[in-house]
Write a protein that binds this ligand. Structure first.
Ligand code: SF4
Length: 227
C-alpha cells in the first residue's frame, strides 16, 4: 500500500460565541467527533469542559496516548507523499493507499475530526481508530461510526466503508463492522442528541456509575460526582 499524506482542506467557519471548540459551519454548530466518545462515558464531562471551560491537567494515560500517536505519525510521514483528499480517493480505486490523520468534515451533520488511519483499497475503505486496550465500548464505536459518516458525506464513492478499532501501538484490530444503513441511523441519532445538548434543548446527563467518576479528571470540581 502507498503511504499518502492527505493535505487538510480549507473551509470557512466561525467560532461559537460561548462554547469552546464548537465551530459554526454553513450556519450549523459543528463539534469534534471525539466528543462522541466522551458523551458515551459521561455527558456531564462535556458540559464541564466546553460549556463551563474547566481546565484539568493532562492525565498519565492521555500523555502516553499522545506520545504513541506522535511516534506513529512521525514514522508515517518519513515515507508518505502529499496529496489532496480527492486525489487519494481517486487513486485508491486502482491502487491501495494508507493515510494517517485524515481530516474529515460534514457540514450537514455538524461533525469534524481526524481519522487515525484510513486504508483506501480498490474494493473497500477501512477507517481505523486507535484505542488503549482491546474492549469495544459503545462510546468508541460511536466515534468510529461518526468518522465513517463524515467520510461518506465527503465522497460519492460506491465502495463499502468499514469502521475498525485497533489496539494502540499494535496491528491488533479488535473490532470492526461494515458501516451500513443501521450503523448510519444509530450514529445520526447520537449526533442529533449531541446537537440538542449543545443547543440547550436537552440537559447534559451525568453518569450514575461511580466507577466512571473514580478516574474522572473532573471529579474534584464536579457537583454530580458520585464518590
Ligand atoms: S465526576 Fe462523574 S459525573 Fe462528574 S463529570 Fe466525571 S464521570 Fe461525570
Amino acid at each position: 500500500m502507498k503511504n499518502k499524506l492527505i493535505l487538510m482542506q480549507k473551509y470557512s467557519q466561525q467560532n461559537h460565541p460561548t462554547i469552546k471548540s464548537i465551530q459554526i459551519i454553513e450556519g450549523k454548530n459543528n463539534f469534534p467527533i471525539s466528543w462522541l466518545n466522551q458523551q458515551g462515558y459521561c455527558e456531564y464531562q462535556i458540559y464541564l469542559e466546553y460549556m463551563k471551560g474547566i481546565k484539568t491537567p493532562e492525565t498519565k494515560s492521555m500523555r502516553k496516548g499522545t506520545d504513541i500517536h506522535n511516534e506513529l505519525e512521525e514514522k508515517f510521514i518519513e515515507s508518505a507523499t502529499p496529496a489532496t483528499f480527492d486525489d487519494v480517493v481517486e487513486m485508491s480505486k486502482s491502487e491501495a493507499t494508507i493515510s494517517r490523520e485524515c481530516f474529515v468534515i460534514s457540514a450537514e451533520d455538524g461533525i469534524r475530526g481526524f481519522i487515525d488511519e484510513i486504508w483506501m483499497m480498490p474494493n473497500e475503505i477501512v477507517i481505523i481508530d486507535d484505542k488503549p486496550g482491546t474492549r469495544a465500548y459503545p462510546s468508541t464505536i460511536n466515534q468510529v461510526r461518526a468518522y465513517c459518516l463524515a467520510f461518506k458525506n465527503m465522497t460519492d464513492d460506491e465502495r463499502p466503508i468499514k469502521g475498525a478499532l485497533r489496539e494502540r501501538g499494535t496491528e491488533n484490530i479488535f473490532w470492526s463492522e461494515e458501516f451500513d444503513e443501521n450503523a448510519e441511523k444509530e450514529i445520526r441519532y447520537k449526533i442529533n442528541r449531541m446537537h440538542a445538548l449543545l443547543d440547550g434543548q436537552k440537559p447534559f446527563i451525568a453518569t450514575k456509575n461511580k466507577n466512571k467518576c473514580r478516574p474522572c479528571r473532573f471529579s474534584a470540581c464536579c457537583k454530580e460526582c458520585k464518590l
